[in-house]
Design a binder for this molecule. Structure first.
Ligand code: ZN
Ligand code: ZN
Length: 88
């Protein structure tokens, strides 16, 4: 079995994973190393985004709230927002 070196921590491992991102190949020994090296961070609160997150003007955010702090209007709970807008 091929031994590959994790580009994050340097561990040489026979069950390494390869991830292609923006056309570039990356090798890691585990998902945690891959996330710490490749996952985007929220522009507002610096949380590591491991799900979809939200994107506006090329910036990544962990949630609609963080996007709003930078002036991007986003809704993650449309029904609740509608109700609270009607009440105010
Ligand atoms: Zn590693
Ligand atoms: Zn955030």
């Amino acid at each position: 079995m091929e031994m590959l070196t994790c580009e994050k921590c340097g561990n040489i491992y026979d069950k390494a994973i390869t991830i292609t991102m923006n056309g570039e190949q990356h090798v890691f020994d585990c998902f945690e190393c891959a996330i710490s090296k490749l996952a985007p961070h929220c522009t507002c609160c610096d949380t590591v985004i491991i799900g979809h997150g939200v994107e506006a003007d090329g910036q990544f955010f962990c949630c609609a709230h963080c996007a709003k702090t930078q002036g991007h209007f986003m809704i993650d709970r449309p029904i609740q927002e509608k109700i609270s807008n009607l009440q105010t």
